[in-house]
Design a protein around this ligand. Structure first.
Ligand code: BG6
Length: 482
């Protein structure tokens, strides 16, 4: 089943940092796929901007190389690629100086949506914002898109927000968290708010606990230096996992509008209890064969940065008081799996007697791979011999249920198109980002003050022993990573 594609209005999109990794891997291939779907109008312009001197032709050929590398061959059609390359422009711009800005301004059309993607280091956000504004290239209708890391603590996030707010209004600023662009993450909202079934049970009275797992098989690879200054808490929890937590825990917004949604998410972050050290486990993959070792790959032999983190959180409000949320994420784990599992409580009374072991009802929302949902329910085991119960899966893979040719757009594709449409629902507001840092900061400060070292774990395992204990001591178990 091919999704219905709604074309968007004319736009000019400028990508600062157009020669960088993100542009090559995600932004340009994503735009190509939207072009192929007929969503980008003829006449729209995609303008690469970077420091490197080069002609438009050279840039187009670099874009072509990126498409050949990062778009599946089955989606590459020579005529469509040529058409796409024809809407690509290039301008050499000095983000910190005067060069190139007039040329950029001259390339842009009047009466058209202007979007500016800051695919550059955060230290340049303020510089770009200022120049776009002062040179009259970005007016009140322009939109800017910024990427994580959005700060490394509350103070730096505030400074970044202020540097953008000096020239742009909040409704012009699109802070990307690519997890919000994932199909199943949005499905989470559909499951909760488009069905009557779950919402009455969605609270501490019926939910025993929630698990959020984002496990990766990759290590820190070539990003060792960046990662070592960040760690799993800053790289994954402060943004992606926290956003997932918000979508599960938030109250129903009164409509699917940006601020209605973001107001509710913000309340969840503000309701998080401080995290005691006993509810936190940090790990580091160590000692794998062939240099498969965090210390070797980060280039920091004495690093205390975590490549794995697990924690138990409490959301102190009427809905959730008493239901723990267990979060974990890590690199070099056994399998790549991202999922949210809602485990419900036992029925109040069993009519089937002691011999029948009761298993929990669990709703699993699989974010990747094989996006889908799975609900574990108890049934009678078929056949004679009395009433034996068994738990089975009501399992739905979206690809199977909706057709194998289902074209699920990549998160970036969807988010960029939302920028052009002016829809901020799936973007983080400045106060959300700050609230998340306000919760994270004291946790990091505390482990730094204590001088904690992360617990080693084997590459390819499910993480450190301590993470298992975090749940065992509550009489619970993590779902398997496989
Ligand atoms: C990024 C992190 O934001 O998300 C990476 O910086 C991580 O460290 C990545 O690997 C995971 O994204 P995805 O979409 O592959 O789950």
């Amino acid at each position: 089943m091919v999704a219905r594609v709604i074309p968007v209005d004319q736009f000019d999109l400028v990508i600062f940092g157009a020669t960088g990794d993100l542009a090559r891997r995600k932004i340009l291939p994503g735009l190509y796929r939207r072009w192929r779907e007929g969503q980008i109008p003829e006449g729209a312009a995609i303008i690469g901007a970077a420091r490197t001197e080069m002609t438009r032709e050279v840039f187009r050929s670099q874009v072509n190389d990126a498409l050949q590398e990062f778009v599946p061959a089955s989606e590459l059609d020579a005529a469509i690629v040529t058409g796409f390359l024809n809407i690509i422009e290039y301008v050499t711009v000095d983000a910190k100086g005067d060069d190139g800005w007039d040329a950029l301004g001259a390339l842009m059309r009047e009466e058209t949506v202007r979007a500016f993607y800051f695919s550059v280091a955060p230290a340049l956000f303020g510089e770009l914002a200022q120049r776009l504004h002062l040179r009259g290239i970005a007016d009140r209708n322009a939109r800017i898109v910024v990427e994580k890391p959005f700060g490394k603590d509350l103070a730096s996030a505030r400074a970044l927000n202020a540097s953008l707010a000096a020239y742009f209004h909040e409704d012009q600023i699109y802070r990307i968290d690519h997890y919000l662009g994932k199909e199943t993450v949005q499905n989470l909202m559909a499951v909760r708010f488009a069905n009557i079934l779950f919402e009455p049970l969605w609270n501490a009275q019926f939910v025993d606990h929630v698990q959020i797992t984002v496990a990766e098989t990759v290590g820190v690879g070539g990003r060792g230096e960046y990662y070592d200054n960040s760690g799993a808490m800053r790289d994954m929890v402060q943004n992606h996992l926290m956003q997932l937590l918000c979508l599960i825990a938030m109250e129903p917004p009164h409509c699917f509008e940006p601020d209605a949604m973001r107001d509710e998410k913000l309340k969840v972050i503000r309701a998080l209890d401080p995290l005691p050290p006993s509810d936190l486990v940090r790990g580091q993959y160590r000692g794998g064969a062939g240099g498969d070792d965090y210390l070797a790959q980060s280039g920091n032999p004495d690093s205390r940065t975590e490549s794995f983190i697990a924690m138990k959180l409490h959301v102190s409000n009427w809905r959730w008081k008493g239901t723990p949320f267990y979060l974990r994420t890590g690199k070099r784990l056994r399998a790549r799996v991202s999922e949210i599992a809602i485990t419900f409580k036992e029925p109040p009374h069993s009519i089937f007697g002691e011999s029948n072991q009761w298993r929990e009802n669990v709703l699993v929302i699989r974010l990747q791979p094989d996006e889908g949902m799975d609900l574990r329910v108890m049934i009678k085991e078929p056949g004679p011999g009395g009433m034996r119960l068994k738990d089975v899966a009501l399992d739905m893979s979206f690809a199977e249920a909706l057709g194998n040719d289902l074209d699920i757009p990549d998160a970036y594709e969807r988010l960029i198109m939302d920028v052009i449409r002016g829809n901020q629902t799936l973007f983080m507001r400045g106060d959300e980002v700050e609230a998340a840092w306000a919760w994270v900061d004291p946790v990091i400060e505390a482990w730094e003050t204590r001088g904690d070292r992360p617990e080693p774990y084997e590459p390819g395992s499910t993480g450190p022993e301590g993470a298992l204990m975090l749940m065992h001591k509550d009489g619970r178990r993590w779902r398997e990573i496989r």
